[in-house]
Design a binder for this molecule. Structure first.
Ligand code: ADP
Ligand code: ADP
Ligand code: SF4
Length: 608
């Protein structure tokens, strides 16, 4: 058979008592009397330990005919089976396989003392698995899951490679690790107490006060962890990780819920710690502008989430991101996506031709005496346009949306309309014990129509999670369901607050396409608040720029053309972008570099 293919059975989905073994009944080798698909009970010797229930299936990768057959994949009513022909370019056996017909990981990232290693790729591709091995928590079994895993074999495998020294240290028990988890929203469920109590125990380098100051955590030091916002949690989690004194720091996504200024600060702190000496930093990040700024080298990961993952050898950050966006990895000779992701170098979409949705006058709103106040410049919003909303956290973006919805009266200026607003909040709390399909069907009677499938379900990759409970979803899955729920409502204005959070780059691009198409096809107006500059670039027709002093006073510009808006926004942040020569992709300039100074002088912060 195709000796380079693997069969993956999702044991959470395989339910033989409800399907009558359609997979085995139709499998061509089975029909000629071979044991290609059998129950686990039939396959394993008595007393031999195995994963799964006795009646769940085991598939022989020796006998299976491979992806071109795929009959069992089609027959399984629960989408529990995947048969995948691995790329022939893969030279080695897996570094680890969780068991028979389970996820396989090929290659490992290389931590390097004194530098920041970036990892770029989809979720579910084995990044956490790799880190568990690099921290010595999980012994790689080199895919030979029937034999006992041992580190000596691993050392043999990596002898003569960049990983040899590192693996030796792991074996000696010399590597200490600190880890920042991906889903900071989960922290309050695991920790009972206030910020001070959480941080106190982490101060191993005596740098905690410095981190608290740089990350602006002081205002929430005495607040209970379960009462602080996602952006605050993200900064507390960063401080807690960076305050430790270890050899290897692993940071799984640093940007969700942070505004651009906070993202840049986080990136600088990580670089400072790497440059401090013998420490290695490894960062998974989907905000490409920040990853570009942050990492020294980059591993791209690809494969099929949940089935197998491949970690490439290290690349330069510039080449790694360029190849990733191009959809083709040069050294590996691998196409990872049919189309390239491209950016327009010149300010696009000069004007908006739609009909006005609303015109609004200058507005003012303040909360209480001397608390936050907001000033809004008058403007016109058009149908079928996507408005990007940019500005720091706590500057009044939600306050403006609430006034448009009629839930909040302005102190000055009158709004003679009241828009029906569909709103996707920044922090998504959909913890009802309900299945995804039932939840979405309760929002729209279009649910399940071919139109809804094409416009919403497919680009947001909802199919594989339709039968899951909302409470069991990962952060990225929850985000996709929340975007779908928002777009499925009947409204005049759709407001999406940070749709990029926890989505990988691929998913960000697909969500962007879904949102843009939705606006065009429904004469709908969409406002998207986001801090990922690539996402804003790909998504927005025009921009409303907020500036001011967070939590004190804010000011909102009228909707403006992209060039003008980007210039205003980036001038306020004091950041300029140059263009990558080969791909035209925007890259943050080093402060005070020649290009940075030139562009500031010319007032061109983003487009050439
Ligand atoms: P990432 O960090 O890239 O999101 P992970 O390393 O967490 O990915 O997981 C990769 C895949 O390995 C997932 O599909 C997951 O289902 C599978 N996996 C993780 N842990 C186990 C385990 N203990 N047993 C079997 N499969 C696992
Ligand atoms: P953004 O959406 O830009 O993060 P918001 O509009 O939510 O900002 O909030 C702006 C500021 O107003 C914040 O400092 C917030 O704490 C404060 N604020 C928001 N709602 C209220 C309220 N109901 N009462 C008092 N202050 C509020
Ligand atoms: Fe059998 Fe393999 Fe075909 Fe599935 S893909 S039916 S296991 S031969």
């Amino acid at each position: 058979m195709a000796d380079d293919s693997i069969a993956v059975v999702d044991l959470d989905r395989c339910q033989p008592d409800r399907c009558n073994y359609e997979c085995a009944n139709f499998c061509p080798p089975n029909r000629t009397g071979k044991d290609c698909i059998v129950t686990r009970d039939e396959h394993y010797e008595e007393n031999e330990p195995y994963d799964g229930a006795p009646d769940q299936v085991w598939i022989s990768e020796e006998i299976c005919l491979g992806e071109t057959c795929g009959i069992c994949v089609e027959k399984c009513p629960f989408d529990a089976i995947e048969i995948i022909n691995l790329p022939s370019e893969l030279e080695n056996d897996p570094v680890h396989r969780y068991g028979d017909n389970a996820f396989a990981l090929y290659g490992l990232p290389v931590p390097e003392a004194g530098s920041v290693t970036g990892i770029l790729g989809p979720n579910g591709i084995g990044k956490s698995t790799a880190v568990k091995m690099l921290s010595g928590e999980l012994t790689p079994n080199l895919g030979r899951h029937d034999e006992e895993a041992n580190w000596d074999a691993v050392l043999d495998r990596f002898r003569g490679t960049e990983l040899q020294n590192y693996v030796e240290k792991v074996i000696e028990g010399e590597v200490t690790v600190a880890r920042k988890p991906q889903y900071v929203d989960q922290i309050p469920k695991q920790f009972d107490g206030n910020t001070r109590e959480l941080l106190e125990v982490t101060d191993e380098r005596g740098e905690l006060d410095y981190l608290i100051e740089r990350l602006n955590i002081a205002p929430v030091m005495d607040q209970d962890i379960d009462s602080i916002s996602g952006g605050e949690l993200q900064r507390v989690a960063l401080a807690a990780t960076l305050a430790r004194d270890v050899d290897f720091y692993f940071l799984d996504e640093i940007t969700p819920y942070l505004d651009i200024g906070q993202r840049m600060t986080a990136a600088r702190l990580i670089r400072e710690l790497a440059e401090d000496g013998e420490r290695s930093m490894m960062v998974v990040e989907h905000d490409l502008a920040i990853l570009d700024l942050l990492a020294d080298t980059l591993h791209v990961t690809y494969g099929q989430p949940g089935a197998y993952g491949v970690v490439t050898d290290p690349k330069s950050v510039r080449n790694g991101i360029n190849e990733y966006l191009k959809g083709y990895l040069d050294n590996e000779n691998m196409r990872i996506r049919p189309n390239a992701i491209t950016f327009e170098e010149h300010a696009p979409r000069e004007s908006v031709s739609g009909r006005p949705l609303v015109e609004y006058p200058d507005l003012r709103k303040s909360y209480g005496e001397g608390e936050f106040s907001l000033e809004v410049d008058s403007g016109t919003i058009f149908e079928s346009e996507v408005l990007g909303i940019v500005g720091p956290n706590g500057i009044g973006k939600s306050t403006l949306a609430k006034m448009f919805a009629g839930g909040l009266e302005p102190d000055e200026g009158e709004l003679d309309f009241r828009l029906d607003i569909a709103y996707k909040p920044q922090y998504i709390d959909i913890d009802q014990p309900m299945r995804v399909d039932a939840f979405l069907a309760s929002i729209t009677d279009q649910f399940g129509s071919s139109y809804w499938d094409t416009e919403v379900a497919r680009p947001l990759q909802l199919d594989p999670i339709m039968e899951q409970n909302l409470t069991d979803l990962s952060g990225g899955e929850r985000q996709r369901v929340a975007i779908a729920a928002c777009l499925s409502e009947d409204a005049d204005l759709y407001v999406l607050d940070e749709p990029s959070a926890h989505l990988d780059v691929e998913q960000r691009v697909q969500a962007t396409t879904a949102i843009r198409r939705y606006a065009e096809n429904h004469d709908a107006t969409v406002m998207v608040i986001d801090h990922d500059i690539y996402m804003v670039d790909l998504l927005a027709d025009r921009l409303i720029v907020f500036d001011g002093e967070p939590a004190e006073h804010g000011h909102a510009s009228p909707p403006q053309e992209m060039r003008e808006g980007m210039n205003d926004f980036l001038a306020d942040l004091d950041i300029t972008f140059r263009r990558d020569e080969r791909t035209g992709r925007p890259r943050i300039n080093k402060p005070d570099s020649q290009l940075d100074r030139e562009q500031k002088r010319e007032g061109e912060y983003y487009y050439s």
